[in-house]
Design a protein around this ligand. Structure first.
Ligand code: MRU
Length: 329
């Protein structure tokens, strides 16, 4: 097991790099039971679609160990794990595989093996995504990215982030504009990870990206995804749709990078994706300090849906694909 991973497990203990403390403190959150892991997912100690999937898989293993694989109790645990966050589909896809093992009377050891296989699958998929994605990034490119898609969000490597990291490692002279990504400021995590790999970048407030595109200071946009439907519509962090519309208006390529665990072929289009609404204090407060008068109303959707016709290409572990190619997966 790799101690550098953002999500890992030793027996019934699950270790998470605490993303709520970064970039100022590098702390490890340790969970001894599935309920604590569920709370950590809700509180965004662990976040990012593939990392949530990995944490959910481990939560299920914790539940199986904690209730000695009792089927009824495991069913309840699976429901609790699924109810942590609604939009990113990796969690649901991975749990489906694990619950099927329970239904076939699989042992705790079978569940442990399958959970590890799923996590290894995410890591190797992200590595491939990075390699494919890097081919779309020319030398000298100035890249816009939104939210955070690095190792923290995906266990290792990242999705859109992996493409950027590998392009940089290949010696390409690239520069990244990092959306701040209000209200949770995932841009701080992107900036922290880019700094670790020495990738030149600047953080911008989300409202600055239109100006940068207008001034021809961006060559391409690349983002991750939380759920991609069979028709190519996809949910990602709130603000992604704006980036796609702006890219189209300015004639820039707009790429989406995600592993196959982030695909939901049961949904024919993006209108069916459940969009999470988060607590109002994420908007009303900055690091615990209120910035609005008390009683101010808030609408705080965590994701939006970008229609497939705004996507130039999807980058998966199977290669770079257009919308019809995804439909054929
Ligand atoms: O709400 P979060 O922070 O869990 O958001 C998920 C994300 O990290 C992004 O939407 C990301 O672009 C996709 S996950 C690699």
């Amino acid at each position: 097991m790799d101690n550098h991973r953002s999500v890992r497990r030793e027996g019934k203990r699950v270790f998470l790099v605490d993303q709520t403390k970064l970039p100022h403190e590098e702390a490890i959150f340790c969970s001894e039971d599935y309920q604590t892991t569920c709370q950590a997912i809700k509180d965004m100690v662990v976040r990012g679609a593939p990392a949530i999937g990995a944490a959910g898989a481990y939560a299920y293993v914790q539940a199986a160990i904690g209730c000695t694989n009792n089927r009824q109790q495991l069913k309840t645990a699976a429901t609790e794990i699924r109810s942590t966050r609604p939009t990113a589909v990796d969690l649901f896809n991975i749990l489906q595989t694990l619950t099927a093992i329970t239904e076939k009377n699989g042992s705790i050891s079978d569940l442990e093996q399958e959970a590890e296989k799923a996590v290894e699958g995410i890591v190797s998929a992200c590595r491939r995504i990075g390699e494919f994605g890097a081919t779309l990034i020319p030398d000298g490119a100035r890249i816009l990215t939104h939210c955070h898609t690095g190792s923290l969000a995906t266990v290792e490597y990242g999705t859109a982030f992996a493409a950027i990291r590998i392009a940089h490692e290949q010696g390409k002279n690239i520069f990244v504009y990092v959306d701040e990504t209000r209200p949770r400021n995932q841009g701080a995590l992107t900036s922290w990870e880019l700094s670790k790999y020495g990738v030149p970048h600047e953080v911008i407030v989300d409202n600055a990206r239109a100006l940068l595109m207008q001034k021809k200071r961006i060559d391409l946009a690349i983002v991750g995804a939380d759920r991609i439907c069979g028709n190519g519509d996809f949910a990602n962090k709130i603000g992604t749709y704006d980036v796609a519309v702006l890219a189209k208006h300015h004639g820039l390529p707009f790429y989406v990078a995600a592993p196959l665990t982030t695909f939901d072929f049961s949904l024919s289009d993006g209108s069916q994706i459940p969009i999470e609404e988060r607590p109002s204090k994420e908007v009303l407060e900055i690091r615990g300090t209120p910035i609005y008068t008390s009683g101010t109303g808030v609408y705080n959707p965590a994701f939006d849906v970008t229609p497939a016709d705004l996507v130039t290409a999807y980058i998966t572990e199977k290669g770079i694909m257009t919308t019809p190619q995804i439909g054929a997966l």
